[in-house]
Design a protein around this ligand. Structure first.
Ligand SMILES: Nc1ncnc2c1ncn2[C@@H]1O[C@H](COP(=O)(O)OP(=O)(O)OP(=O)(O)O)[C@@H](O)[C@H]1O
Length: 472
């Protein structure tokens, strides 16, 4: 078959997508991947298809192979093979002939369920294109540092405006807040037909607002931000001291909340610590659920690197991943950057990726980071000060309620914030057995999910410890 026989590869590909989307054998989750693929051209009987990541390729090439072959044959009237190429910057086109957006507020989203076919959502491609295809739940590695935030994000995507509204996710830079925000958008769109999701960074919100005043387009600004089912707003801290924009956001928030629409917000600090915000704004942020993301523990860091290496086809042996993960602990962006740096250096210099090379390439990065490592001494010191007890009391055998809670929190934090082994933690806390540490860790985890007071204590203490390390 020659190119001439196909008038337009693009429109044929769109037919392929539409057919796959309405095929009951393709699950809603798989459909989410299908729409990310774009045909680039036809060479003989080989169709070149660009996909944003390895995961999408895997779904199309392996899971959907037979169905795809069948559909290609029907649409192209010939035996066509697909050659997949990964293009990380791909902006997905949601649908070929977009349906017009409803003028009125859309009906409440209706779950389609695994078995029900999920027609292409009617949101515009621009809306969907704003979501980074790499930031999906499938590529998010779960560990104790982010398990709660991840569970809350999934719950919100599965039941928008029903589970927690707003959901407020906070934490230091590079710990996955934006990733979770995008993943909520992707997943909600996979689950609900017609759901309108808007992701925006608070700086873009500010710019849009300023432009709406400048060009007298207040009505379309309101339409843009209020005519949605889920508003995902990133880095809210950038609205600090911007009174007029905050005022507008306040009304946007109220309008959405009153109409039972979901709002998800991220920030580098919890609401109470956000300066430059009006109290009425901060209190609204606390209406729903607050959850933080912490720096991941060693096992999670290794798992993140492994996923990243596979996703981006970077080849690095396990001991190199473990080395990088053991040296960079506070920022996942830096962690990923280190892996890229090492593999890029090796490739440019045609060298093998090994620990020796990683040590050389990351020398400067690692020296800085080492200085920031959190120690058992700082955790114990801060915990004792926080509960107004002495270090001796913290490590003693006394079983008064306050001391037991403080001790269990200290053990939990040692587990969370350091790479210390269980026996070592037990040793630091007055020579206790490692099973006591496991029990304490589990207990605090449970209590954090059940009792807000404990959750807040742990969060505040964590922030103090990290602050102390930063100042060290
Ligand atoms: N748990 C995780 N699993 C896999 N990748 C992760 C995880 N957490 C973060 N990342 C990756 O780390 C990088 C930084 O994450 P992200 O941009 O979401 O951080 P952030 O908390 O929003 O940072 P900032 O506050 O600076 O915007 C991204 O590439 C993201 O995919």
């Amino acid at each position: 078959m020659g190119t001439d026989e196909i008038n337009d590869v693009g429109s044929s590909w769109r037919k392929v997508i539409r057919t796959l989307e309405s095929d009951d054998r393709v699950s809603p989750r798989q459909r989410g991947f299908v729409v990310l693929a774009q045909a680039q051209g036809l060479i003989g009987t080989t169709l070149l298809v660009a996909v944003p990541n390895e995961l999408t390729r895997e779904v199309l090439q392996t899971q959907l192979k037979n169905i795809l072959d069948e559909v290609l044959k029907t649409v192209f009237q010939a035996d066509i093979q697909c050659a997949f190429v990964i293009d990380a910057d791909l902006t997905p086109v949601v649908q070929a002939e977009p349906e017009p957006e409803p003028e009125e507020a859309s009906p409440s989203p209706v779950p389609t369920g695994e078995s029900a076919p999920s027609p292409t959502p009617p949101s515009t491609s621009q809306e969907f294109g704003r979501l980074n295809p790499k930031y999906v739940f499938e590529t998010f590695v779960i560990g104790s540092s982010n398990r709660f935030a991840h569970a809350a994000a999934v719950a919100v995507a599965e039941a928008p405006a029903k589970a927690y509204n707003p959901l407020f996710i906070y934490g230091d830079s590079g710990l996955g807040k934006t990733h979770l925000l995008h993943a909520i958008g992707h997943y909600a769109r996979h689950l609900y037909t017609g759901i309108r999701v808007r992701y925006v960074n608070s700086e873009e919100f500010t710019n849009d607002f300023i432009n709406s005043i400048r060009y007298d387009e207040g009505a379309s600004f309101k339409q843009l931000y209020r005519n949605v089912d889920i508003l995902l707003i990133d880095d809210i801290q950038f609205l600090a001291n911007k009174d007029a924009t905050q005022e507008e956001f306040f009304h946007t928030f109220n309008a959405l909340h009153n109409h039972n629409k979901q709002v998800v917000i991220t920030s580098d600090l919890p609401p109470k610590q956000l300066s430059g915000f009006e109290e009425r704004m901060r209190s609204r942020f606390e209406w729903g659920l607050l959850t933080d993301v912490q720096p991941p523990e060693l096992e999670t860091r290794i798992a993140i690197l492994r996923k990243k290496a596979i996703g981006d086809s970077l080849s690095a042996p396990d001991d190199v991943l473990e080395y990088i993960a053991s040296k960079i602990s506070t920022n996942i962006r830096e962690l990923e950057g280190a892996l890229i740096r090492v593999t890029a250096f090796a490739s440019l210099n045609r060298q093998q990726v090994d620990v020796g090379l990683a040590e050389i390439v990351l020398k400067d990065l690692i020296t800085d980071d080492g200085a920031q490592e959190i120690t058992a001494a700082s955790i114990l010191g801060q915990t004792a000060a926080y509960f107004q007890i002495s270090l001796e009391e913290l490590c003693s055998k006394s079983r008064t309620r306050t001391l037991v809670t403080a001790r269990q929190i200290a053990m939990y934090l040692c587990r969370e914030l350091t790479d210390m082994s269980l026996p070592k933690i037990g040793q630091e806390l007055g020579g206790r057995d490692h099973t006591t540490v496991i029990h304490a860790d589990r207990k605090i985890r449970e209590l954090m999910a059940e009792r807000r007071a404990i959750y807040n204590q742990v969060t505040e203490l964590t922030n103090r410890i990290k602050q102390q390390q930063r100042e060290a």
